[in-house]
Design a binder for this molecule. Structure first.
Ligand code: NAD
Ligand code: DAU
Length: 353
C-alpha cells in the first residue's frame, strides 16, 4: 500500500479519490483534520476496504511509527501542510510547526522505517514530497519561468516553511540515502478546494451576492493547473521519477487574478444568470496582501521530457468543470464553511476594505 499524508485536504483527497479509481493498491490516509481537512470529501470511499483513514498529526512521531510498522507502505506521499499564504501572514507559528517540524518528524520516522526494509524494498521505496512553486519567489514580467535550477527565494511565511521542508527532504536523500523525490507545483484549482482560496471564494461570494475581493490592482499572475492534472503528475513521478530529483509541475496557464475572476463571473453569468446585471459588478478592489508575489510561472519541460507528463486540461476546460462542480455541490461548501471559516473571513477581509 501507499501512505498519503493530508489526504482529507484539497489536493490530497483528489489524489486519493483518483488513486482508488485507477489503482488496485490500498491507501493509508493520515490526516490531522485541521480546518482544511474534510472527511465529507471522502464519503464515496468511506466503505472501500482499500481506503484506511487514520486521524494523526505528522508531528506525532509515536503515532507515525505505529502506522508505518502496522501497514508497511511501499511509499509515503507527503501532502499535509498548512497551505494558505494569508493565514501564514496572520499566524506563522502553525506553519513552522506542521510544514517544518512535521516534515522533519515524518522524515525521521520514514528513515527509521526504511532502514528496517529488506534490500529490494529499500530500493523500491519512495518518499514523495509535494511542494510549491512559491519557494522560488516572484518573477518580473519578462523573466523566464521557474525551472528546477532556479534559486530558492521564498517571500511569505508559508513559502519559507515549504522551502525549509524541501531542504530537509533533499538533505535526507543526500545524507542518508532515503529515496526522496520532490514536486514543485503551481496554483491548483478544481473540486473540493477550501473556499479560502481565490477561485472557490469568488464562486461562493458571487452566488451569495457578496463582494468579490481582488487584492491590489489584480494584475498578479499565477500559473493555473487543474487538480486532476497535478494528481496525474504525482502518479508519474511516484512510478518513474528518479530519486534525488525535483520536478516542476505547471499548467502553462499564466493568468492575471483579474482575468481569473472575470472568467469565473462570465461562466456564472451563463450557467446561473442573475436577475439583472453581471457577477462582474460585484468585483471590489481591496488592500493588497503584504509582500504579495507578483508573478509565478512554471517551466514543466523536465517532467514532459523525462516522464511524458503534460496537462490534459486547458484553463478554459478546467475552469468550466470547476464552476459546474461548485454549482452542483452546494452542500459540500456549506459543510466546510463552518464557524471557524466565518471567523477567518472576518479576520482577513474586515481590515482590507
Ligand atoms: P489543504 O490546506 O487543502 O490541505 C492540507 C491537509 O493537510 C488537510 O487535510 C489538513 O487537515 C492536513 N494537515 C494539516 N496539518 C497537518 C498535520 N500536522 N498532520 C496531519 N495532517 C495535517 O492543502 P492543499 O491545497 O491540498 O495542498 C496540499 C499540498 O500541496 C501542500 O503541501 C501544499 O503546500 C502543496 N501545494 C498546494 C498547491 C495549491 O495550489 N493548493 C500548489 C502546489 C503545492
Ligand atoms: O503557487 C502555488 C500556491 O498557490 C500553493 O503553494 C498554495 O498552497 C496555494 O494557496 C496557492 O497560493 P496563492 O497565494 O497563489 O493562492 P490564493 O488562492 O490564496 O491566491 C491566488 C491569487 O489571488 C493571489 O495573487 C492572491 C489573490 N487573491 C486571493 C484571495 C484569497 C485575491 O486577489 N483575493 C482573495 O480574496
Amino acid at each position: 500500500m501507499i501512505l498519503v499524508t493530508g489526504g482529507a485536504g484539497f489536493i490530497g483527497a483528489n489524489f486519493v479519490l483518483d488513486w482508488l479509481t485507477a489503482a488496485s493498491e490500498a491507501v493509508l490516509n493520515v490526516d490531522k483534520l485541521t480546518y482544511a481537512g474534510n472527511l465529507g470529501t471522502l464519503k464515496s470511499v468511506q466503505s472501500d476496504p482499500k481506503h484506511i483513514f487514520a486521524r494523526a498529526d505528522i508531528c506525532d512521531r509515536a503515532a507515525i511509527d505505529v502506522l508505518l510498522s502496522q501497514h508497511k507502505p511501499r511509499a509515503i506521499l507527503h501532502f499535509a501542510a498548512e497551505s494558505h499564504v494569508d493565514r501564514s501572514i496572520h499566524g506563522p507559528a502553525e506553519f513552522v510547526q506542521t510544514n517544518v517540524v512535521g516534515t522533519f518528524t515524518l522524515l525521521e520516522a520514514a528513515l527509521a522505517y526504511w532502514k528496517t526494509l529488506p534490500g529490494a524494498d529499500q530500493m523500491a521505496f519512495r518518499f514523495l514530497h509535494v511542494s510549491t512553486d512559491e519557494v522560488f519567489g516572484s518573477l518580473s514580467a519578462n523573466d523566464a519561468p521557474f525551472s528546477e535550477t532556479t534559486p530558492y527565494a521564498p517571500n511569505s511565511p508559508y513559502s519559507a516553511t515549504k522551502a525549509a521542508s524541501d531542504h530537509l527532504v533533499r538533505a535526507y536523500g543526500h545524507t542518508y540515502g532515503l529515496p526522496v523525490v520532490t514536486t514543485n507545483c503551481s496554483n491548483n484549482y478544481g473540486p473540493y478546494q477550501f473556499p479560502e482560496k481565490l477561485i472557490p471564494l469568488v464562486i461562493g461570494n458571487a452566488l451569495s451576492g457578496k463582494p468579490l475581493p481582488v487584492y491590489g490592482d489584480g494584475q498578479n499572475i499565477r500559473d493555473w493547473l487543474y487538480v486532476g492534472d497535478h494528481c496525474a503528475a504525482i502518479r508519474e513521478v511516484l512510478a518513474r521519477g528518479r530519486p534525488g530529483e525535483t520536478y516542476n509541475v505547471g499548467g502553462w496557464n499564466e493568468k492575471t487574478n483579474l482575468d481569473v475572476v472575470h472568467a469565473v463571473c462570465d461562466l456564472l453569468d451563463r450557467l446561473k444568470a442573475k436577475a439583472s446585471g453581471s457577477y462582474r459588478d460585484q468585483i471590489t478592489f481591496v488592500a493588497d496582501r503584504p509582500g504579495h508575489d507578483r508573478r509565478y510561472a512554471i517551466d514543466a519541460r523536465k517532467l514532459e521530457r523525462e516522464l511524458g507528463w503534460k496537462p490534459a486540461e486547458t484553463f478554459e476546460t478546467g475552469i468550466d468543470k470547476t464552476v459546474r462542480w461548485y454549482l452542483d455541490n452546494p452542500a459540500w461548501v456549506d459543510e466546510v464553511a463552518s464557524g471557524e471559516y466565518r471567523k477567518w473571513v472576518e479576520a482577513n477581509y474586515a481590515q482590507r476594505v
